[in-house]
Ligand binder design. Structure first.
Ligand code: ME8
Length: 647
């Protein structure tokens, strides 16, 4: 992570990218996943381009809102944070997020940074005491004046606001109006997209009031240095995470190597905090400003606003358990131009999987590898012979892709990078359609055949290289199938035509993506990896090979204990013995009571990816058939020891 030490001075500055830190009163949803996947894609792209990267995400754990949520649950705020932080960390694992640092605002190192920055702002004369009187929206942790309210409600989220009148400290934000305006006007790429930049410009031009930066009457936060009855405003605390995470005040060299941030991704709703308050705070503390704040749009779900009360919140784990990690990442980055609002629907997801992934990408790989094994006698990739017009056009498209892709990535147009890549994949498929290598094989034209085989593989390899930041697992699978080792090489090197090493073994590959017609089942939506009844009744959509079937480890087990999962009608938490003890959360609660389950012999999928369901880690799935109200559990008709594998 830290490639440049302090004082090395010779190498380029590292690339620093951040996500917002997420409140721990809520569990991860598609909105959090969106920002985090985008930052991960950019971080992976920069690493692939040969740069040192610092990619930070984390959790925002202080403030009134967290304290209230904890009170409602009857637990301490720290306990709430400790519980919810694992959900974020688990979600990021499921989505293959490779962050370098995970920051929590309750960490000791962060409290030191907050106090130090406070002292710097104070030393500059930017903090002064005074009474605050006005309105406060706790869900948004945001101050509002009487004039700003809309129908007496929070103008940002529409919820109730509270009147507060308390002793406070203020930050002299008004002093930074002119310097901030100058900075935004002089740096076109500072706030993106441009439409958002214009919003911020008119907000700043409208005048900046000094900002209350403390709260009274609760203690869940960092205390004001020298005045411990006051707590530092949670947004000041939270924004400073970007300094702590970069290593500010630590002596590991990271801060010098990475500060200031190159890109900070945020949702459009929190732009004011990042594009107005944050740079003003940094100016006051005498620190360099981030180079870019990029605000992305919001997702609706099947055309409706996402909300807990509507029960339509889409969790990352439900997407990953239904559609897989890479398909989810692909969908989020491809479906909507980054910066605009978008809509999630299961139908749109299925369309992307079936047409872009199974058809376009999957076909290219299976044709490329299939043709080598069928036509190249030895099963080895032949070297290319002379090129004709078809070959030259394909090569030319491959080299044009580099500019299209990198320009899009630098402009944070992830959807355009993928569109350009898929145009190339289409081109490679058309190359096969047009050149018909099977005819060369039939005619015994080996040189021409070899060129076509090599070029089809080479185009597939290049597509996989560009896919690495977006779909790391799929890209690696493709490169492995092509026996191409890309480790240690940069995008610039890997994207060069002709790099594929010939005379390596190429085996026909398994399909990368299965076509599917079934959307996420109710079970997925409940975040369960238990059985979905509707799936159990569906005929198999495709034939599976014996090897594919064998990848699923089915084992005999016995239920040791069972209890209902609080808050769910359907889920039961089971302890089972399958040769080892496992916890399984199963969607069988409408057909069985917990009392009748202990002692039952069952069949368990033992190597299913674990998932958190209602906060419980489920490590497997049991087999059953029937609809949710009339399920029957699968069992054996003879006694076989627990843990025996089914074959
Ligand atoms: O705001 N679509 O945290 P948070 C897209 N702790 N993005 C969405 C979304 C949706 N439907 N719903 C929410 C906070 N988001 C603060 C940040 S940073 C110093 C402190 C996005 O957990 C939202 O835009 O409420 C925001 O960027 C992010 O989720 C975090 O929300």
């Amino acid at each position: 992570m830290v490639g440049t030490g302090p004082g090395s001075g010779k190498r380029d500055k590292g690339f620093y990218v951040t996500t917002p830190i997420y409140y721990v009163n809520d569990v991860p949803h598609i909105g959090h996943a969106y920002t985090t996947v985008a930052a991960d894609v950019l971080a992976r792209y920069r690493r692939l381009s040969g740069q040192d990267v610092l990619f930070v995400t984390g959790t925002d754990e202080h403030g009134k809102k967290i304290q209230r949520s904890a009170e409602e649950r009857g637990i301490a705020p720290q306990a709430l944070a400790d519980e919810v932080v694992t959900k974020f960390k688990d979600a990021w694992k499921l989505l293959a997020i490779k962050n370098d640092v995970f920051i929590r605002t309750t960490e000791e190192r962060h409290a030191r940074v907050v106090s130090e920055v406070w002292a710097k702002m104070q030393a500059r004369g930017d903090i002064y005491p005074g009474p605050y009187e006005g309105w406060y929206c706790t869900p948004d942790e945001s101050y509002w004046t009487e004039k700003e309210l809309v129908d007496g409600k929070c103008p940002s989220c529409g919820r109730e606001v509270e009147r507060i009148k308390e002793e406070s400290y203020f930050f002299r934000l008004s002093k930074y109006q002119a310097p901030l305006l100058r900075h935004i006007e002089a740096n076109e790429g500072f706030i993106l997209p441009l439409s958002r930049r214009n919003e911020v410009l008119s907000f700043v031009k409208g005048g900046l009031n000094d900002l209350s930066i403390t709260r009274m009457g609760f203690d869940w936060g960092i205390k004001v240095p020298g005045d411990p009855k006051l707590v530092i405003y949670v947004w000041l605390d939270a924004l400073l995470n970007y300094l702590t995470a970069a290593g500010y005040l630590s002596d590991n060299g990271s801060f010098d190597a990475f500060w200031p941030p190159d890109v900070q991704f945020v949702g459009k709703d929190i732009l004011k905090f990042h594009a107005v308050y944050w740079p003003a705070i940094l100016m006051s503390a005498g620190l360099d400003l981030p180079k870019q704040i990029f605000a992305h749009g919001w997702w609706t779900i099947e055309g409706t606003k996402m909300s807990k009360s509507l029960g339509n919140v889409v969790s990352p784990s439900s997407l990953v358990s239904a559609y897989g990690t890479d398909a989810t990442r692909y969908f989020l980055m491809r479906e909507v131009p980054f910066g605009l609002d978008g809509n999630f629907s299961d139908a749109a997801m299925l369309k992307r999987i079936n047409s872009d992934l199974a058809n376009d990408l999957g076909n290219l790989l299976s044709r490329a590898t299939g043709m080598v094994s069928r036509f190249a006698g030895s099963g080895l990739l032949p070297a290319s012979g002379t090129s004709d017009q078809f070959d030259l056009v394909l090569q030319q498209k491959a080299s044009a892709l580099y500019d299209a892709y990198t320009t899009a990535m630098e402009g944070r147009e992830f959807h355009s990078a993928l569109t350009a890549l898929w145009e190339f994949i289409g081109e490679a498929n058309r190359y096969v359609d047009r050149t018909k290598p099977w005819q060369n094989a039939k005619a015994g034209d080996t040189e021409r055949l070899n060129t076509r085989l090599y070029n089809t593989i080479e185009a597939t390899r290049i597509a996989a290289v560009y896919l690495l930041p977006f779909m790391p697992d799929t890209a690696s699978k493709i490169l492995t199938a092509l026996s191409q080792d890309t480790r240690g090489m940069t995008l610039g090197q890997l994207s060069k035509w002709g790099l594929a090493v010939p005379f390596v073994g190429i085996a026909p590959s398994q399909p990368l993506f299965e076509k599917r017609t079934e959307p996420r089942g109710q079970t997925d939506k409940e975040n369960s990896n238990g059985l979905s009844a509707s799936q159990a009744e569906q005929p198999a959509p495709q034939l599976v090979s014996i090897d594919e079937f064998k990848r699923t480890e089915l084992k005999v087990g016995t239920i040791l204990s069972a209890m209902r999962v609080e808050g769910s009608h359907k889920l039961i938490k089971l302890e089972v013995d399958i040769g080892e003890k496992r916890t399984i959360v199963a969607g069988i609660g409408r057909s069985y009571t917990p009392e009748e389950l202990p002692g039952k012999r069952i069949i368990v999928v033992a190597n299913l990816q674990p998932a958190h369901l209602f906060g419980i880690l489920s490590q497997g799935m049991l087999l059953a058939a029937g609809d949710a109200d009339h399920l029957g559990l699968l069992s054996l008709d003879r006694d076989v020891p627990n843990g025996t594998r089914i074959k």
